[in-house]
Design a binder for this molecule. Structure first.
Ligand SMILES: NC(=O)c1ccc[n+]([C@@H]2O[C@H](COP(=O)([O-])OP(=O)(O)OC[C@H]3O[C@@H](n4cnc5c(N)ncnc54)[C@H](O)[C@@H]3O)[C@@H](O)[C@H]2O)c1
Length: 281
């Protein structure tokens, strides 16, 4: 009988194939290495070929079979070619993690239309492209599976200094919720991951708009470093969320708080988000 539960047990991923976008750094890299350590074979992509090769080397040295490709997730044709290569190499895929994403710090009035197009093309359309390229084959294979989409705590509670970023992450959350219901009859679970403040390269690579860019970047990097929540911890929590087939998985205390407040007391949540935005201003 078909059930709405995902069948993936992440404590042992032997004979499973996990696809991860943006696997050359941060959360994507640590998730790839954790999946490899638990026995999974991997299909990894990134635009950062050096970082991608480093992740793949470590996974291969753990004895795993790894397919890699340089893919810009904003390009549907590149994603399709990656899916074709992956499905030509492996019998099928069990978990798809749409992780690749970029940040952009700035209020709406400092964010250009080009900024919006760039951010939406990666953070939202990258997820759409990953889902479009891999899910039909997952359904056709008939084994069930799991789709993990990286949203953000900024996709639970809008942050005025992350207006475009928040908008893309709210969109990923909405897409994930809809997809979860649509794919339930196929025994494919869908989880939106909503990390809080995680110390990764995103603090260095995110463009900052407005004034005092250097000072704000320093402040941002120091805040993330002080918070000290590592991408390794996020990776463990992502696999736990897949195991439990969570619809939405806030990660780190601040994300849990935002999740609860945004649903229980929206006015208080908005006040807090204004205070949080002051950190980036
Ligand atoms: N770090 C945080 O605090 C945080 C919080 C919430 C959500 N997230 C989300 O987690 C995900 C991973 O972020 P991270 O913190 O590990 O950042 P990161 O910068 O360390 O890693 C992101 C990876 O994505 C890759 N990437 C960027 N654009 C790409 C593109 N167009 N095509 C393919 N690959 C691309 C980068 O090269 C990089 O390897 C992102 O979606 C991010 O929005 C991060």
């Amino acid at each position: 009988m078909l059930t709405s539960r995902s069948r993936i047990s992440t404590s042992n991923l032997n004979d499973h194939v996990v696809v991860i976008t943006g696997a050359g750094s941060g959360i994507g890299r640590e998730l790839a290495l954790l999946c490899a350590a638990r026995g999974a074979d991997l299909a990894l992509c990134d635009i950062n070929e050096t970082g991608l090769a480093e992740t793949a080397d470590v996974a291969r040295s753990a004895g795993r079979d790894v397919v890699t490709a340089r893919v810009d997730v904003s390009d549907a044709a590149q994603m399709t070619a990656f899916a074709d290569a992956t499905l030509g190499h492996f019998e099928g895929v069990d978990v798809i993690v749409n992780n690749a994403g970029v940040g952009l710090i700035g209020g709406f009035l400092d964010t250009t239309v080009e900024d919006w197009e760039w951010l939406v093309s990666i953070n939202l359309m990258g997820v759409v492209h990953g889902c479009s390229a891999f899910i039909p084959a997952m359904i056709e294979r008939g084994h069930g599976g799991h789709v993990v989409n990286l949203a953000s705590a900024a996709g639970l509670l809008a942050n005025p200094q992350l207006s475009a970023y928040s908008a893309t992450k709210f969109a990923v959350l909405g897409l994930s919720e809809a997809l979860r219901t649509e794919l339930a009859p196929e025994r494919i679970g869908v989880t939106a991951i909503c990390p809080g403040v995680i110390n990764t390269a995103i603090t260095q690579t995110s463009p900052i708009r407005g004034e005092n860019i250097d000072g704000r970047r320093e402040n941002l990097a120091a805040t993330y470093k002080k918070r000290g929540y590592t991408p390794e911890r996020v990776a463990r929590n992502i696999l736990r969320a897949v195991d439990r087939d969570r619809a939405v998985a806030p990660i780190a205390a601040e994300a849990h708080l935002m999740y609860v407040l945004s649903r229980a007391t929206p006015p208080l949540a908005r006040w807090i988000s204004g205070k949080l935005a002051a950190v980036a201003k």
